[in-house]
Write a protein that binds this ligand. Structure first.
Ligand code: ADP
Ligand code: ADP
Ligand code: MG
Length: 486
């Protein structure tokens, strides 16, 4: 934890005056909050579908991107034009959308707007998983055995898979968000999946390149948060365990990992800093690793942006990562030395998705008839919803994040259960009851789980559906009326 007893206010004059938030949803609200605490004006952007979105209400100013629900958020030139016209001196890309698009960073640089993230060149290099693997191998960071270039043909894939041994992972070189990844257990699987992954990659990322790497069986997903400044200094803020995933997408994240020893924690933290320094990284970033059953770490990818689950790292270290991103982008050196960073307790984040776990996690958009935010000790809510808000169907289904903190593992689970019970979201289906089941699961409670946990436990969706109080009242009235023959 960061300890500070200083009562002095300083340096606010040297950071930005106005920041354009090039995103929507909870992350846009999160960035607006950071700006507000730093005395910086914030500018939101929105498409017609987002006219009533929370980020538009929370920012100091808001500008329309037009009628297409998505295209506006992906139009880098138009967004930078808005930033310039509104008098912004910086732009925060959030996650998703253009956050890992090197062109946005380059356009900003050309137009004299500070991009709150790394340089376009570093985004380009690390966004390409092959380039990243090459850079990491050169830096002495262990990578999963696999391709040293994009696959040119199915024959090449078959030959390489034979060499590294099945199972293998076929992955989109420019992938993200858990898409464009398929496990192949045999040559037959590879034959069936090769064209499929290429087509998924072309559709989702606009680039058909794919590569192969060894599939690590039942791994833990361990990632390290790093911060690096323009002076070349870099530190880590410890790790997060993101092994609770469904279809390669994270559901619950934990910091620090309950599955690492102090020695492993120190090793992986230092390795991530070495990785960041090797590529001349600047700003906040995450180095993702897989940890195999024999406790070996393998570099998987680097995310050159703020991550969804940054909140748990903030909870255990006390560092406000978004504010640090802003300071770094303004040219200030890191505020903390590695020796000043420590962590306390455990934090857990739940991605509250508008989905129905009982129906194969089908998106469940629509009107929030009632929303009540949880509170009490150790509870943080980052939400993009409010009572009466209609969740539009065009975007990611994550509509809120619940982050809880407590001094030890047992209590963070109990706090999670209590806070999940506290929240009220009516009108749509969410992943909240599903997470309650996970909190009660002995394997999870024991703190030993890997990325196969969710798929190995299909029974987690067997919970009883809780009806909203008004429906229960209506059902009771109907039963009484029927009994009396009314
Ligand atoms: P995190 O890495 O922060 O845990 P996710 O992988 O869940 O985040 O991605 C966060 C959001 O960004 C999701 O909406 C996801 O679909 C989107 N996203 C991530 N990477 C990409 C990408 N390369 N292209 C398009 N969208 C992406
Ligand atoms: P994305 O860019 O979509 O986040 P990642 O490369 O980070 O893709 O992989 C997402 C998830 O897929 C990982 O967290 C892990 O669960 C699984 N995965 C990816 N590569 C492997 C692998 N080689 N072996 C086992 N699991 C993997
Ligand atoms: Mg990843």
């Amino acid at each position: 934890m960061i300890q500070s007893t200083s009562l002095k206010f300083k340096e606010s004059s040297s950071v930005f005056k106005k920041i354009l938030v090039a995103n929507r949803g909870e992350i846009a609200v999160r960035i607006v909050r950071a700006c507000s605490e730093m005395g910086i004006k914030s500018v939101a952007i929105y498409t017609d579908a987002d006219r009533r979105a929370l980020h538009v209400k929370k920012a100091d100013e808001a500008y329309s991107l037009g009628s297409d629900p998505v295209a506006g958020y992906l139009n880098a030139h138009h967004i930078v034009n808005i930033a310039t016209a509104a008098g912004c001196d910086a732009l925060h890309p959030g996650y998703g959308f253009l956050s890992e698009n090197p062109e946005l960073a380059e356009i900003c640089a050309k137009r004299g707007i500070a991009f709150i993230g790394p340089s376009g060149a570093v985004i380009r290099k690390m966004g390409d998983k092959i380039q990243a693997r090459i850079a990491m191998t050169e830096a002495g960071i262990p990578c999963t055995p696999g391709s040293d270039g994009n696959l040119e043909s199915l024959d090449e894939a078959i030959a390489l898979a034979k060499k590294i041994g099945y199972p293998v992972m076929l992955k989109a070189t420019n992938g993200g968000g858990g898409r464009g990844i398929r496990r192949c257990d045999s040559e037959n699987d590879l034959l069936n999946n090769y064209e499929r992954v290429i087509s998924e990659a072309s559709k989702a990322f606009g680039k058909p390149e794919v590569f192969l790497e060894k599939c690590i069986v039942k791994p833990r997903h361990i990632e390290v948060q790093i911060l690096a400044d323009s002076q070349g200094d870099a530190i880590h803020l410890f790790e997060r365990d993101c092994s609770i995933q469904r279809r390669n997408q994270k559901l619950i994240e934990i910091a620090p990992s309950p599955q690492l020893s102090t020695t492993q924690r120190e090793y992986i933290g230092n390795l991530a800093v070495k990785a960041a320094k090797a590529v001349g990284y600047r700003n906040a970033g995450t180095v993702e690793f897989l940890l195999d059953a024999d406790n070996r770490f393998y570099f998987m990818e680097m995310n050159t942006r703020l991550q969804v689950e940054h909140t748990i790292t903030e909870s255990i270290t006390g560092v406000d990562i978004v504010q640090e991103q802003i300071r770094i982008a303004s040219g200030l050196p890191l505020r903390y030395k590695q020796s000043e960073i420590s962590y306390r307790g455990f934090a857990m984040e739940f991605r509250i998705n508008a989905e129905d776990p009982k129906n194969d996690f089908l998106p469940s958009f629509g009107k929030i008839t009632r929303y009540y935010s949880p509170g009490g000790p150790g509870v943080r809510m980052d939400a993009a919803i409010y009572t009466g808000y209609v969740i539009p169907p065009y975007y990611d289904s994550m509509c809120a994040k619940l982050t809880v903190w407590a001094l030890d593992w047992e209590r963070v689970i109990e706090r999670g259960k209590r806070a999940l019970n506290d929240i009220e979201v009516y009108g749509i289906k969410t992943t909240i009851p599903y997470y309650q089941e996970i909190m009660n699961h002995p394997e999870f409670r024991a703190g030993t789980f890997d990325t196969s946990f969710v798929e190995s436990h299909p029974e987690l969706t067997n919970y009883a559906v809780e009806l909203p109080p008004e429906l229960i009242a209506a059902a009771i009235s109907a039963a009484i009326a029927a009994h009396h023959g009314i």
